[in-house]
Design a protein around this ligand. Sequence first.
Ligand code: AMP
Length: 307
Amino acid sequence: MSLIVVGSVAFDAIETPFGKTDKIVGGAASYISLAASNFTGSTKLVAVVGEDFPQAFIQHLQHKGVNTEGLQIKQGEKSFFWSGKYHNDMNSRDTLATELNVLADFDPIIPESYQDCEYLMLGNLTPKVQQTVIERLRKRPKLIVMDTMNFWMEIALDDLKQTIKMVDVLTINDEEARQLSGEYSLVKAAIKIQAMGPKYLIIKKGENGALLFHGKEVFFAPALPLEEVFDPTGAGDTFAGGFIGYLAKTGDISFENMKNAIIYGSAMASFCVEKFGTERLVNLTEEEMNTRINAFRQLVKFNLASV
Ligand code: AMP
């Protein structure tokens, strides 16, 4: 089933304890589309870049089966730029620069061929633009998943709350869940955030896995312990792409199937962090994916004798 992905397509400059990059391709929607394209052959991108953005990456997305008809290229303008520096634990980072450039006045265009989409992934982006995309779809998708970050909580909280009201699943990290709810306990935070609109909440905890909340139900998925974590940038987006891609592939949005989707999302994220930027996602094979899903199975499998 088809999936629309909206979000930043950008340049990033990243610093980790293992190295530093110049401007490389990043952006929430880049990671989401690459991850989702492993599950659904009908991933449709809505985004904006400047004339400085490499055509080769756009062609690469197309190779992976991503429809880029909704990707606007603004002549004479610069792409969104983000720069971040990771702390030694690699689980937290500081944003060094956020230059909105083309994102500042992004007016999303939904091509006619996108209109029948059943799944919508609102990747990290100005909340008002995320809302505009929902409003420009003639039929409400079967499932709307939204990601956001502290940056928008700080500069556009009212818009953010309005957009959150319109979605089914919200994905944020633990720090952001605390910031949005004003609660330290993630269980209390989850109750408050669900009361803001979304029936499902995913709280990402980096190398400590992810939690899925729905009413009183909770599911936990660990992150795969890896020998090397090179660059966590995009892990959250890759997770979201795997999550919604799997749901779109199976067409089943029950809580039980969302648990499977979380495992697929976590598996995709485990690849993302192994190299800088989108590099590891670009040539991922089906065999590698299956091996990793099996590694997850082994990680959490145990035979508990009854006591
Ligand atoms: P993640 O590591 O999953 O949180 O996502 C990192 C990606 O988000 C980077 O590739 C950035 O380009 C992108 N990003 C960072 N800040 C923003 C923002 N304020 N709006 C949209 N995208 C952003």
